[in-house]
Design a protein around this ligand. Sequence first.
Ligand SMILES: [Zn+2]
Length: 277
Amino acid sequence: MIPLTDTHCHLASHKFPAEELESLVANAREAGVTRLVTLGTSTDDCPRQIEIAKQFPGTVFACIGIHPCDVTETTDGWDEHLLCLIEQNPDQVVAIGETGLDYFHPAPEGWTDEAYHQRQRDLLRRHFEIAEQTGRNIVIHTRDRSGKQSLDDALEIARDFAGKVRPLFHCFLGPTENADPIFEIDGIVSFTGIASFKGKNAHDTRQAATHVPLDRIMVETDAPYLAPEPHRGKRNEPAFVRHTADAIAHLRGLTTDEIATATNLVADGFFRFPSTF
Ligand SMILES: [Zn+2]
């Protein structure tokens, strides 16, 4: 069994009590998931991601950033804070994120949609600058109520950094052609458990997981959210990324080992995991 990398999870989530982390990582290893990337979403939880990475050296790696749904809670100086954390923990911080644009959730009390989305775009651009400055790539979340305005707007910012910072559009939902402008700037997409869902709503995601080039995809859980079949609706955990890899292998007529080999190669290139500990 070739090991897999869960390229996106949130191990600092309140749904994963600290005392459970050992068993979560052990479950993952048992399922042949030997590398986990845990992502920060706020100034508060970024240091925690690094602590967890230090607790599991060579297995857990951290990304730090401000989630678009957290931008209004974020005060000036957040960028200096991130830069400091990267400088102090160069072996743990393998990319910048989770950042991005979320036009799905309504603006918080006291904010217009316009001001809220502009604040998200401003912070996304600043994350790109931090990524460029620190020689790292960037993990992006986009979400709309309908259409793909958040993807288009994120791409517009990403294009200004093309050739310098590679964007990973996580939890890619399809359809396949939405990935074309991402690939034009050397970007990557990653698939969650949604690629394992059978219903009509997941059609575009299954189609994309079947057809986008193998050298541009990764697999992820987004745990504790989005558990793949057969755990759909339950709390997700890194071990379950294997079900997503199985589902994509099945869609493409390949073995899970072939998916593991291909997606690990992409993950290595993107995160450039430090190899010595
Ligand atoms: Zn996430």
